[in-house]
Design a protein around this ligand. Sequence first.
Ligand code: SF4
Length: 528
Amino acid sequence: MCAKVVLTADQGSFTSYSGVSTLGYVACMPARLVPRILMDKVFTPPQESDRRGEALRAPYALRKIEAALHYGGIDDVIVSPPGDLERVVGEDTKVLGISVHDPYGMSPVSTKLTMIFGGGPSWTAEFFSELSQKVSQLKKKYGFKVFVGGPAAWQIGMNRPEWVDLVFNGEAEEDLPGLVLMGIEGKDLPRNFTGKNPPVSKIPKIIKPSRFGEVQVTRGCPRGCQFCSITPETFRSIPMEDILEEVKLNLNSGEKSIELLTDDILLYGSQRLVTNHDAVVNLFSSVRKAGAEQIYFPHISSPAVLDSPRTVMELSEIAEYHKYRAEAPVVGLESGSERILRKYMNGKPFPWKPADWKNVILDSTPILNDAYITPCYTMTVGFEDETDEDVEQSIDLVQSIIDNRYRAWIFPLAVIPMTSSRLRGKPFPMIDKLPGKYWELLYIAWSYDLKMSREMLPEMTKRMGNSVSRHIVNLMTDRIFSRIGGIFKELAESHGQKAYEFSDINLNSTIGFLKSIYWLGLASISGS
Ligand code: SF4
């Protein structure tokens, strides 16, 4: 008997990235530049499943949907990796739900990496295309309804495949169960639906283990940047009892570390963007007491760090970041231009002003470093009215980080006018339209990133369970990064025109395949 409702995602999202989530960024590279064998074995290996085809651990978003359906009275649900679809989908299947993260390679990271390396589909787009073919064939055979939702549902809205019945935007808990019931009963469905934001009391707890021990602690962000799809009115903190139940469920399943999902860990329990020291410290100590050996979080914001350095130090002590020095959350640095900040992200520096932004960054970075945290700074470049003068100010800020020798990665990304953000309708970035200075910024940042990666990656990859994969990643990073350094220099000198010359490189060709075998072999010899 097959499940009535099947939930899945493409291989670029339904994976544990060999234990290091940052390796997921490799899937944003043009597919022709990263051999398939390395994606399957190292960067995005398929998630394990049981004999029935059910994932042992699944991305948190799918687990949350599964829980919402469960509490909505729908229990015949299975969460399965894409490779198991043929086994779990059958005559009884009425609804197939797909969570999408970057189906057409239009996310900021994919856009940047495909643009500067000569174009072509990213691995994220390739994986979605593979899933697309599979779903289309299965749908023809069994006639189920297909729902697509998730953070990149906006991309599907821009180019809708014919096999999609319903594109679901927004949060799922309030409205999705009713729509799935309609799908099960064969009723007519709306083509598009935007879900309401539930109060925390209506956000159900997951009922099966999530990948990386992921547990959500906040939803939304009050800062209101225009390029971001997260709106100020959506901010909520999840109650401690619910968090701890999910933490225990993951730990009881054998997970050792917990990843606290949030857009800013220092927002936990806050009101009006004032850090709630006690709530954050209580969160970390409770998770630790529950038995988590390691605690990670994906995002933190610079103004909050500067607002409450003692909170940062205390959470670092509780999580013992000094032991493994691998905490590297994404932090929005965005721009060094006061004008750009004021116009597009006025609330970002709160409680400081856009004019203070440079100091906020330069004063908060050493606080993070003292707490053994290495920020992955992301920058947004290419607003339609951005000039070389604005980028010059961004270069000045980045250069100050470098001159101070702060530990940080810096990634200048092209701004994407997501249809779910307030920049919808603006043009997408193109090489010839970016400010000329962007390429200089990219080169300076990349050179520093290379230095950081050489220092930090051996520490970070200690989390990888498989020593062969660990060696491959470290070896490849060193070799590939060394070569890429020259590429960024040429891009800077040619104002990006050099990118067009990279479009002929294809490492999925025979020679690329042989190189991959060589890397795998070399790594397994030296890694065993
Ligand atoms: S601070 Fe980050 S999460 Fe919050 S609105 Fe701005 S970009 Fe989005």
